[in-house]
Design a protein around this ligand. Structure first.
Ligand SMILES: [Zn+2]
Length: 145
């Protein structure tokens, strides 16, 4: 069986089609699709896949950057965890690039200096889940007392 992580990386980062992946891993494209879905990722729709290069060439291109409550959002319409408008928080993208993998939706990226627009990797900390993130904040509050 092909490796799930490897397939998701090739599919989302390198934008290979399920057909191409099937050939590369010598299995059916159905197997590839199932593997991707079982990993909790969204498959690209047919129209998206047909576009090939996204972003600038897309008719929905709005400049690729947006600000929301102090956070910077980046347009990426192939990201598995994009929102319904195809945006992904920049701090998560920076952390993903740093780690070389996608963050799962439970993982939280915290800004050390509490400035949500400062997305330098040195300013970011990764927490396994929201509970760990809150624990960190509680500690911070207690230390300030
Ligand atoms: Zn935080």
């Amino acid at each position: 069986m092909p490796n799930k992580e490897e397939i998701c990386k090739l599919y989302f980062r390198d934008r290979l089609s399920t057909t191409k992946l099937a050939k590369q891993f010598r299995c059916s494209s159905r197997t590839i699709k199932l593997l991707i879905e079982r990993s909790g990722f969204k498959l690209r729709s047919l129209s998206e896949a047909g576009k090939g290069k996204l972003g600038k060439e897309s008719s929905h291109w709005k400049g690729g950057k947006r600000h929301l409550r102090g956070y910077v959002l980046i347009c990426d319409n192939s990201h598995p965890f994009r929102d319904c408008d195809n945006y992904v928080p920049e701090h998560r993208l920076v952390m993903e690039k740093h780690l070389g993998r996608f963050l799962n939706p439970k993982e939280i990226v915290h800004h050390k200096n509490n400035k949500p627009s400062d997305n330098d990797i040195k300013n970011l900390v990764l927490f396994k889940n929201q509970a760990e993130h809150w624990r960190y904040h509680r500690k911070e509050v207690n230390n300030a007392k």
